[in-house]
Write a protein that binds this ligand. Structure first.
Ligand code: TYM
Length: 334
């Protein structure tokens, strides 16, 4: 007997920063493509989230095209998955407002990303920065997602999303699917090459601290060669060896090798050899993505067609959830 079991749904988003770091890639984007066969996947550019920090309009527009093309180049197949722009589906803002009213000030105050970002942008601690996790909860809950592929830094936001969903379901009746995270074993927390106690981030002032998906091959190798390590000169995974642990994590995420296999491969070799191997391997992983990106980014008409078609598909799903939520709350929703 044939069973037609409904596929579970996956939802995730990235901020359209123009190009992404290998942290974004190994932490999340790589999984976006890998999950497409088993799940019904919905992905988006979080361009509403982007304005929690000041954006130059022309640059933001360009970054959205670029990020969309780059996400597609990471392997999203639009015959299988949806990839849309968050700002083109108004239900995100609509549900975010509603969820604001089911989230406590104290919960939002505890978000470490809010604390970090408000320290970094002390001149613009806007309300959006504070309530950002409610918008992220709306992103996820609108699509009734079962799973959310993310890096470790988004775990706290996902936990809050689960709490908001459970709270709403408890006040009314089951309305939202309570989602689980999909966090990769390796690559969930790629650290800065200049300071391996800090997360790798594109907003870092030191360009040598991060690798972007569009860095040329020789830049990638050069940046890895400069990566901060330690003076032991032995490739092994151990406490206190943050720099080497990070490079091993990246190499592992890129090759699928375990830490033991990496230690064996580089036994008796110095950090110089290891760094070049990591650089070359990462450059090899990125080469086909860069090639595909160049092709897609050159065709803005095609990208615009994708924006429109995918926003419509996302809107169809999101609308149903908002309608259900409005009914539960008691709004008149004819
Ligand atoms: P964003 O745009 O900062 O990052 C996108 C994804 O990349 C992961 N990531 C990392 N993973 C490993 N190591 C790193 N150094 C690293 N840096 C970033 C992030 O964990 C994330 O998975 N709020 C989100 C975007 C968002 C979202 C959502 C995600 C908006 N709505 C709904 C999931 C579901 C953010 O700012 O990610």
């Amino acid at each position: 007997m044939e069973t037609t079991e409904k596929k579970k749904r996956v939802l995730s988003m990235v901020q359209p920063t123009g190009t992404f770091t290998i942290g974004n890639y190994f932490g999340a984007l790589k999984n976006f493509a890998a999950l497409q066969d088993e799940y019904e996947c919905v992905y988006a550019m979080a361009d509403l989230h982007a304005i929690t920090v000041r954006q130059e309009p022309k640059q933001l527009r360009e970054n959205v095209y670029k990020s969309y093309a780059l996400t597609l180049a990471c392997g999203i197949d639009l015959d299988k998955s949806i990839l849309f722009l968050q700002s083109q589906v108004p239900e995100h803002s609509q549900l975010a407002w509603i969820l604001n009213c089911y989230t406590q000030f104290g919960e939002l105050s505890r978000m470490t990303q809010f604390k970090d970002k408000s320290a970094k942008h002390a001149d613009n601690i806007n309300a959006g920065l504070f309530t950002y996790p409610c918008l992220m909860a709306a992103d996820i809950l609108l699509y009734q997602a079962d799973y959310v592929p993310i890096g470790a830094d988004q775990k706290q936001h996902l936990e809050l999303t689960r709490n908001i969903a459970e709270r709403f379901n408890g006040v009314y009746s089951p309305t939202f699917t309570v989602p689980d995270g999909i966090i990769p074993k390796n690559g969930a927390r790629v650290m800065s090459l200049a300071d391996p106690t800090k997360k790798m981030s594109k907003s870092d002032d030191n360009v040598n601290s991060f690798i972007t998906l569009l860095d040329p091959r020789d830049t990638i190798i050069k940046k890895f060669k400069r990566a901060v390590t330690d003076s032991e000169a032995c490739v092994r995974f151990a406490e206190g060896k943050d720099g080497i642990n990070n490079l091993m994590g990246i190499y592992s995420a890129a090759t699928g090798k375990t830490m033991e296999e990496i230690e064996a491969e580089f036994a008796g070799k110095g950090y110089g050899d290891f760094k070049v191997a990591v650089g070359e391997t990462v450059a090899d992983v990125l080469a086909p993505i860069q090639e595909k990106f160049a092709e897609l980014y050159a065709d803005k008409k095609y990208l615009e067609k994708c924006f429109a078609e995918n926003a419509e598909k996302a809107h169809y799903i999101a609308r149903k959830t908002v309608s259900k939520v409005m009914r539960k709350i008691g709004y008149i929703n004819l």
